[in-house]
Each structure stands twice: as structure tokens, then as C-alpha cells.
Design a protein around this ligand. Structure first.
Ligand SMILES: Cc1ncc(COP(=O)(O)O)c(C=O)c1O
Length: 354
């Protein structure tokens, strides 16, 4: 950003899109996708809105979303359905399944002949359930139903090989578990859907109907889908340009070491909160859980006053969800900057009403 602002009139001429393209190629490689199928976005909400709103949908049918989805994305799916004259419905997936097949069965059971699309999260926001999205991609492609995956918690927490799957759409955050800067995310669109999207923001890339996009050249990378759907207009791209540094940082530690450290911290969270404090765990067994571990919250914690007191005393923010249907839930997300003693501190905070 400093480099660009130091000489804003020359930076574009001197460097063009090259650094951005290189960042995109590196991220595409990290998620196992063809870079042509990847569009940078500022967050997952924007990414999945672009996919949902820009895809052509059949004139009738229904779109379904699991009951474990993040509210903003459910809103986007519902709005898309309404605009396209589709009906919208949520369906249940077991929050604590014993096997990936149980999740696949729940999705298949929810389908009707009218179903045209399904929204599921790769890792659910409420309790860190890992959805078998690769298998679902195969099952749904065979039934001609589109699979839209909310991958806000995927990149950086689970290895991805999107290009080898039959997932149609994947919106992934890079500013969460991946540890990229705020304002970095991507949309992955399977190659065969490129021709079925109409841009909702039209800029220099024009539209698919133009005989030639107004501006065809993207330094060294001429591909119309990219011209049409990439971020349009003047945007601060510096956060995206920092992604290769984030990737180098991860590589320096070792991807496998990062993932296994996150898993062992999650195990420690279970040991202290479920084992020692006897809080009921709401996450699935460890082999179907990643990163986020949820518990039934102690009743005394369910007031803003109690959370604030814990923050003042321990400097720990505890997200607690209040729900009439599922009760009160608290969620712990430990990353590599945490130590076991942070979790001990959390356990201490939770063991005594403030
Ligand atoms: C499952 C899920 N989807 C989508 C989002 C929204 O992500 P963003 O803020 O990058 O739009 C979140 C945010 O936490 C989330 O947990």
C-alpha cells in the first residue's frame, strides 16, 4: 500500500496486474484449483453473493440450505431464490453425526425432484462439523443438483483440492484460519459454470454478450471469466498482495504442523471443558470436527454482563449463542498463537460464576 501511494500514477504502469496475478496463482495452487476458476473477494459474504446472484438458475424449482448455515449466507440464498422464482427451504443435518455417510444421507433425503441447488458449510460455524463436501459434490453432480459450499472456515483448517472435486461453487475465507489480512477471500467456480454467470457488477471486463470485452488484456493472462468477474474499478489490492507472504509464513512452519497443532489444541479444549468442567460438548467426534469446539454454556454466563466481566478479568472474549431451539452454546476456536495455558485460563474463567 505504501509503495502504491508513494507514486500512485506510476505503480499501475510499472507493475500492472502481475503481482496480483501471481498472488492468485499461489492461492489457487494452495487450494488445488486452476487459477482461472478463482476470483478474489473481500470476504465470503461477497464471494457467495456473487455466485448465487450471478448464476443462471432454472425457471422453477427449489433451493435448499442445511439448518447449520451462517445467517448472512442463508439470507443471500433466500434472496436469490426469491428473485429467481424458486422456493426456499432448510433441511436438517445431524449436528453430531457418527459418520460422513450420515451427513450425505441427510442431504440426499432432503432432495426432491424439484431441488436445483444445495447450500452446506464445509465446516459449520456453530460446532465445527466437517461436512463431506467432496463426496456430496459427486452425489449431487450425478443428480444434476448444484452444490454451493460455504467455506468460510475451510482454507487453513483443512487441506483443499477443489479442482479434483465436483463441487460447483466454494466461497473460502483467507482472513480466518489461513491467517491472511482482513479483506481477503476467494470464490471458486467450477469451469463448466463459467458460461452460466452474468456479472452483477459490470466494469472494464464487460459482459459475456460483448463480442470482445472492452478491455481484454490482463497482463499475461487473457481469460474472459477473469476479466468479467474479478474485482472491478479502483480497489486497494494490497491485502491480496500480502497473501504470498502469509503462505510463506505457513510454509515456514509447515502446513501439516499447523493443522495438527490446531487439532491437538481442540483436543485439549475438550479435555479441560468436557473432561474437567463437565460441560456438555456439542461438537461431533474429533474425526468429524475441525477447529471450532462448542459446549453448552453455563447458565450464569448467558448475560452480556457476565461476558463483559470475564473479558475485564481474563481478557478472553467468549462468544455465546442464545437459541430457544438449541439452548445456549459457547464456542472455542484455538489457533497456533494459543498455548495450553490460555485454555487453562479459559477453564478457570468458566469454572466460577463471575
Ligand atoms: C460459516 C460462515 N460463513 C460465512 C461467514 C462470513 O464470512 P465473511 O465475514 O468473510 O463474509 C462466516 C463468518 O464467520 C461463517 O462463519
Amino acid at each position: 500500500m505504501a509503495e502504491a501511494e508513494a507514486n500512485p500514477t506510476r505503480i499501475a504502469a510499472e507493475r500492472g496486474d502481475e503481482p496480483l496475478r501471481r498472488a492468485q496463482e499461489k492461492i489457487a495452487q494452495y487450494i488445488g484449483a486452476d487459477p482461472k476458476n478463482v476470483i478474489f473477494h473481500v470476504n465470503v459474504t461477497h464471494a457467495l453473493n456473487q455466485a448465487l446472484m450471478c448464476l443462471k438458475w432454472p425457471k422453477e424449482g427449489e433451493f435448499i440450505a442445511s439448518d447449520q448455515e451462517y445467517g448472512a449466507i442463508v439470507n443471500a440464498a433466500r434472496a436469490m431464490a426469491k428473485r429467481n422464482g424458486l422456493s426456499f427451504r432448510t433441511f436438517e443435518i445431524p449436528p453430531r453425526p457418527r459418520s460422513p455417510e450420515e451427513v450425505c444421507d441427510a442431504v440426499l433425503k432432503a432432495l426432491t425432484p424439484a431441488t436445483v441447488g444445495v447450500l452446506v458449510s464445509h465446516i459449520t460455524t456453530r460446532n465445527g462439523l466437517v461436512t463431506p463436501v467432496e463426496r456430496l459434490g459427486e452425489l449431487l453432480r450425478a443428480r444434476n443438483v448444484r452444490l454451493i459450499v460455504d467455506g468460510a472456515h475451510g482454507p487453513g483448517l483443512l487441506p483443499l483440492k477443489l479442482g479434483s472435486t465436483q463441487i460447483d461453487i466454494y466461497g473460502g475465507a483467507l482472513h480466518k484460519w489461513f491467517m491472511g489480512p482482513k479483506g481477503t477471500a476467494f470464490l471458486y467456480v467450477a469451469g463448466d459454470l463459467h458460461g452460466q454467470m452474468q456479472p452483477h457488477i459490470v466494469g472494464w471486463g464487460g459482459t459475456p454478450e460483448d463480442s470482445a470485452p472492452v478491455k481484454e488484456r490482463l497482463h499475461g493472462w487473457d481469460y474472459r471469466f477473469q476479466h468479467i468477474f474479478r474485482l472491478q474499478g479502483l480497489v486497494d489490492f494490497s491485502a491480496f498482495l500480502a497473501l504470498p507472504a502469509a503462505l510463506n509464513f505457513r510454509e515456514g512452519i509447515g502446513e501439516e504442523r499447523i493443522l495438527s497443532r490446531i487439532a491437538s489444541l481442540a483436543e485439549y479444549v475438550r479435555r479441560r471443558l468436557e473432561g474437567d468442567l463437565k460441560l456438555q460438548c456439542l461438537s461431533p467426534p474429533a474425526d468429524m470436527n475441525a477447529g471450532l469446539v462448542s459446549f453448552v454454556s453455563p447458565e450464569w454466563l448467558c448475560t452480556p454482563d457476565a461476558s463483559e466481566k470475564i473479558f475485564q478479568r481474563y481478557r478472553i472474549t467468549i462468544p455465546v449463542w442464545h437459541g430457544p431451539r438449541r439452548g445456549n452454546l459457547l464456542r472455542v476456536s484455538a489457533h497456533i498463537w494459543n498455548l495450553e495455558r490460555d485454555i487453562d485460563r479459559l477453564a478457570e474463567a468458566l469454572s466460577q460464576p463471575s
